[in-house]
Design a protein around this ligand. Structure first.
Ligand code: URA
Length: 201
């Protein structure tokens, strides 16, 4: 089962690396696939790569990634135990936001990842991920910090770390959301790892 998940995620990764579905492939340095545990109980979904991610081909490795790492460390979640991915996979020119058509072309990749991994909890970070994974009119400021049951998993929306970098007054709210997320996972026996598996994630 685990090997099968690994194999199917590798196929998604290869499709992302070779993707030419939208014009962003012409300007990207590297496409940015998801990374982390293929059997994760928690999947974090960001908006899409920035300049650093474009240079390295890895998600959340710039300033927003540093802040995300601090949030995770604060609740003792190891990055290697979870999955970190994005809605879009290529850095748009001049740091503009991804267009609706680019999001539409890229969206199947993150949906495939979630379908393969079958996590207990998916956390959209910010509006782009929330609006794809819940509904187009959803607002992160209204939905953040609470679990939302879905057919196969819970959504747990959280602020995007880049938004917190722009608005340091949101720092304590964002930190607290990670505490609530960790407590939520630990409080629900059905989200716990099977006996013998050490980590919740
Ligand atoms: N880095 C990512 O990988 N995704 C974001 O949404 C922001 C920064």
């Amino acid at each position: 089962m685990e090997k099968e998940k690994e194999k199917r995620l590798e196929e998604v990764r290869q499709r992302i690396l070779g993707c030419t579905k939208c014009p962003l492939h012409e300007s990207r340095t590297r496409a940015v696939p998801g990374e982390g545990n293929h059997d994760a109980a928690l999947v974090l979904v960001g908006q899409g790569p920035g300049e650093n991610e474009d240079a390295l081909g890895r998600p959340f490795v710039g300033r927003a990634g540093d802040l995300l790492d601090r949030f995770l460390k604060g609740v003792a979640i190891d990055r290697s135990d979870i999955r970190i991915t994005n809605v879009t996979r290529c850095f748009p020119p001049e740091k503009r936001l991804p267009l609706a058509s680019e999001i539409k072309a890229c969206a199947p990749y993150v949906l495939q990842e979630i379908d393969i991994i079958k996590p207990a909890v998916v956390s959209p970070l910010g509006n782009v991920a929330l609006q794809l994974l819940l509904e187009p009119s959803a607002k992160i400021r209204e939905m953040r910090g609470k679990p939302i049951p879905q057919r196969t998993h819970f959504l747990f929306p959280m602020l995007h770390p880049a938004a917190v970098l722009r608005r340091p007054d949101l720092l304590s709210i964002a930190r607290q959301d990670f505490v609530v997320l960790k407590e939520f996972i630990e409080s629900r026996p059905e989200l716990r790892p099977p006996p013998g598996q050490e980590s919740f994630f």
